[in-house]
Design a protein around this ligand. Structure first.
Ligand code: T3P
Length: 123
């Protein structure tokens, strides 16, 4: 079974892409299996090396949106792409808006290996 950490990497890690095209989200949301059964409404991809994302677990501790205490905010801005389902897009045609951003990100960490398990947002 896919672990929480593996799921985080499938859904949120894309270190090798630096510039994205308008069709990036449509292709990636499909390729990473987030358009199965329904179109996932919002998803962020992170274009930084995995070790740079894992160390966020040792950076500023913040409360997660779900009230849990295990979220951490990156001390530096990261290159990210937000994928947002367009209004009127109907499953199984998942049509996304692609937006490339540079923001601090918030992730949830768990102490199996103290690794990132959830994307909580960007600020
Ligand atoms: P997951 O837990 O599968 O990573 O918050 C609900 C989902 O939306 C959650 O999915 C994280 C994802 N999300 C992003 O990927 N980027 C965002 O900026 C926000 C707010 C949510």
């Amino acid at each position: 079974k896919e672990s929480q950490a593996e799921k985080f990497q499938r859904q949120h890690m894309d270190p090798d892409t630096s510039t994205v095209t308008a069709s990036y989200c449509n292709e990636m949301m499909k390729r990473r299996n987030m358009t199965v059964g329904q179109c996932k409404p919002v998803n962020t991809f992170i274009h930084e090396p995995l070790p740079d994302v894992q160390v966020i677990c040792f950076q500023g501790n913040v409360t997660c949106k779900n009230g849990k205490p295990n979220c951490h905010q990156s001390s530096s801005k990261m290159r990210i792409t937000d994928c947002r389902l367009k209004k009127g897009s109907k499953y199984p045609k998942c049509d996304y808006q692609t937006q490339q951003l540079q923001k601090s990100i918030i992730v949830a960490c768990e102490c199996v290996q103290y690794e990132t398990v959830d994307f909580d947002g960007s600020v």
